[in-house]
Write a protein that binds this ligand. Structure first.
Ligand code: SF4
Ligand code: SF4
Ligand code: SF4
Ligand code: FES
Length: 747
């Protein structure tokens, strides 16, 4: 059976792929059909009826947004009858819609305003009894029920893309409203995507409300600087007063095709307002010239990473960045077996997957972009998703189909069991088959707590899947046996239909790992910190010896989880010195930082494209035309799998270093709107075992480190492992995330 359907729209011959709707095909062929409730990234809401068309031989109107064409059908999109139908729909929308356009946040970019003008609704012959509909304050989000047109876009996006499923329609004719699901107040991950998709001013950002008009704001296209998801966004800026500096007023996204989490949307004010003077510049130069090492974080651009690498060569110093070094080590080991430098998967591969395994990451908070891609796969493709982790995550419960709860520390064994199940019929080399034949499956199953039935269930549920993805996270990358686990991931990717995504921990971990020659961090003197603490600290954060701009004050590139080199631009200007100024003073010269963009290493897959030549847009069909994808690089592959070591046991009180929703690092910690929960969060079972109660001040000791925190009982957590945040900078985040601890109540 052909996969293509031939039919006509307005007399033009067009083709539809099976599964496409009349509206999608019309849009592809630039034929306009008005809509009010349609969003490309969800299933049709089908609530507005604006998209009606006529189909030859069919009585009445057809909804183009949820109707697939049939072979040979003739569709008409514009007739007097359709015009009248749509105009009447607009009149019904306008009945009692308050005339608040003068103060409404949406004015100037409101779909209702636009279509009221488009259909010339200048008078009204319908009427309805005025209703009192309450305004709600849901923290970061405000809901003005009287403005709501019940299009249901917010409900669909929350359920089908984000996965929270936190809101629903309370039906009641003209008194229908949007309400939090199963709760009095909105209790969700506050991504703000419902605000983005709302066509009118019903859902708004509480912070932005009444602060500016849409037409006063300048838009700066950029890449989110909080995690490696590389989400495209626009910083909307305006001067704060007649003589004031520019400020970011809000962040927006192309919600038809992309989504943001709340950190990207609400955590935009992390710019550095501190500027260093000439004396500080000379001290910073002196510190660099006499340094033995630079310790730095991955919250930098590729160009900055390149400058640090040049400084290493020029000044003969070491470069410390444990986060990127561990990622580098993992990927080198992966390459030594896969013969490829870069992992094969991407966020798009996840969205299109019908089967996925997520292992070694609390993905909903580690990388929301991956979570949303998994939600899309689950809702739209019915993907079977296995979530392998020692801790259940309530945020993933609507999305996953199987929880594989393994024992802390046994990741190498779990990966071997997964590989053994997936590659049972694969055409492996003799030595590779020998490795699997030699596995002590009984021991691995018993120690990791992964039963044979669980693996069988997984394989059965994956039986028909065509597009499979293996997603591995930081617990694997920072594991002491990460090199062998990387080879196991590589062999799965090599001999099965699984693509692989190795989730980078920070915004540019991947870029830094490709650009910098890194050394193992040591406790030596004369270390200069770059966005990291050291003897002399150069930073875009507070408490630095020398200040530099933050990532929303710089242009440059990052490498995202998709292996995509993404440009970002200056949202707010910075009047001080940059790393490039300092490097130039130390003999590493370029005119501008972005002069290095075209010089990034070809052997790592970078292309010779000048920064200003990089594309930065999404096509009208949502294709990502930002930057470029790294070239694949073929590596020598002669490594073999190593024998699995005895699996470690983690007994006693265990904590897991994991941030709360919307917090990632010191930059999100600095922003005004994002909540800062620095408590240790644990279940009632954990509290009983550790002999602590909700609200207790506690002291946590692990290795040689002691922390004081408050304990918070979290009813959504289960089991005996508590969650310790790292965004407040009390720990480096590159360690193995499970830790044996001693916890005492502080009295
Ligand atoms: S903020 Fe996000 S999670 Fe919360 S209701 Fe809106 S779409 Fe759903
Ligand atoms: S709040 Fe906005 S997006 Fe949600 S139903 Fe109302 S108008 Fe539509
Ligand atoms: S998912 Fe990551 S990249 Fe996307 S908006 Fe959130 S923090 Fe930013
Ligand atoms: S776009 Fe089809 S019903 Fe709204």
């Amino acid at each position: 059976m052909s996969n293509l359907i031939n039919f006509k729209i307005d007399g033009i011959s067009v083709e539809a792929k099976r599964g496409e709707t009349i509206l999608t095909v019309a849009r592809k062929n630039e034929i306009y059909i008005p809509t009010m409730c349609y969003i490309s990234k969800t299933s049709p809401c089908a609530s507005c009826r604006m998209c009606v068309v006529e189909a030859k031989g069919i009585d009445g109107f057809v909804l183009s947004c949820n109707t697939p064409p049939t072979e040979g059908i003739e569709i008409t999109t514009n007739t007097p009858a359709l015009e009248l139908e749509r105009t009447n729909i607009m009149k019904l929308y306008d009945v009692n819609h308050p005339l608040e356009c003068g103060v409404c946040d949406k004015s100037g970019e409101c779909d209702l305003q636009n279509k009221t003008l488009e259909f010339g609704v200048s008078r009204q012959n319908f009427s309805a009894r005025d209703q009192f509909r309450e305004t709600k304050d849901w923290g970061l989000i405000g809901y003005e029920a009287s403005l709501c047109i019940l299009c249901e876009k917010c409900v669909h996006v929350c359920n089908e893309v984000i996965g929270d499923d936190a809101i629903e329609v309370k039906f009641g004719g003209y008194s229908s409203v949007i309400i939090p699901k199963n709760s009095e107040v909105l209790d969700c991950t506050f991504c703000g995507e419902c605000i983005a998709v709302c066509p009118v001013g019903a859902l708004v950002s509480s912070n932005f409300k009444y602060s500016a008009n849409a037409w006063e704001l300048s838009r700066v296209p950029a890449t989110c600087a909080h995690c490696s998801g590389g989400c495209p966004l626009e910083y909307e800026t305006r001067h704060t007063s007649i003589n004031g500096d520019d400020s970011i007023y809000r962040v927006k996204n192309n919600f038809e095709f992309t989504s943001l989490c709340g950190a990207g949307r609400f955590g935009f004010d992390f710019d550095n307002k501190n500027v260093s003077d000439k004396e500080a510049f000379l001290r910073a130069k002196e510190a660099l010239m006499s340094a033995k090492a630079i310790r730095f974080s991955s919250m930098i651009t590729n160009e900055e990473a390149h400058i640090l690498n040049l400084l290493k060569q020029k000044l003969g110093l070491k470069l410390f960045n444990e986060d990127a070094r561990k990622y580098q080590e993992f990927m080198h080991s992966y390459s030594s077996l896969s013969s490829k430098l870069h992992h094969s998967g991407s966020l798009d591969a996840i969205k299109q997957a019908d089967a996925a395994i997520v292992i070694g990451t609390k993905i909903a908070t580690d990388n929301p972009a991956v979570r949303y891609a998994l939600t899309t796969a689950a809702r739209h493709n019915g993907a079977k998703i296995v979530y392998a982790h020692p801790i259940e995550d309530a945020l993933m419960q609507n999305t996953i189909t199987q929880l594989m709860k393994y024992e802390v520390g046994t990741e190498e064994g779990v990966m071997a069991l997964l590989a053994n199940a997936i590659l049972a019929d694969a055409d492996l080399s003799e030595s590779e088959r020998g490795f699997f034949n030699d596995l002590d499956l009984g021991y691995l199953g018993a120690e990791s707590n992964i039963g044979e039935e669980e693996l069988e269930f997984m394989m059965k549920s994956f039986a028909r899947a065509k597009n499979r993805v293996l997603i591995v996270g930081d617990d694997i990358i920072s594991h002491k046996r990460s090199k062998n686990i990387a080879k196991l991931a590589a062999i799965i990717e090599k001999y099965s239909t699984f693509s692989l995504v190795v989730v980078p921990n920070e915004v540019n971990t991947l870029g830094v790992s490709l650009i910098c020659k890194l050394d193992i961090d040591e406790d030596i003197d004369r270390v200069v910190g770059y966005n990291a603490k050291a003897d002399f600290t150069i930073s875009s954060l507070e408490e630095a010896d020398f200040y530099v701009p933050a990532l929303n004050q710089q242009e440059g590139t990052f490498v995202s989880i998709d292996n995509r080199v993404l440009p970002t631009n200056v949202a707010l200007s910075y009047a001080g010195y940059t790393l490039n100024d300092l490097a130039s003073a130390c003999g590493v010269k370029a005119r501008e930082t972005i002069d290095y963009t075209a010089e990034l290493s070809k052997s790592a897959g970078f292309k010779t494209i000048e920064f200003d030549e990089l594309e930065n847009f999404l096509s009208k069909d949502g294709d990502d035309n930002r930057g470029y994808i790294l070239d694949e690089v073929v590596c020598e592959a002669k490594a073999e799998l190593e024998e699995i070591e005895d699996l470690p046991e983690f007994n006693g009180t265990i904590i897991y270093h994991s941030n709360p929703v919307l917090q990632f690092n010191a930059y999100t910690n600095k922003t005004k709107q994002l909540e800062r929960d620095t408590t240790l969060r644990g279940s009632a079972q954990f509290a009983a075992a550790a002999k602590i109660s909700d609200g207790d001040k506690i002291e946590i000791t692990f290795n040689s480190k002691t922390l004081q925190r408050e304990f918070k009982l979290d009813s959504e957590l289960k089991g005996t492992i508590a969650l310790n945040p790292t965004f407040d900078g009390v720990l480096d985040s590159s360690r193995y995330r499970f830790e044996k601890t001693k916890i005492v109540r502080v009295v």
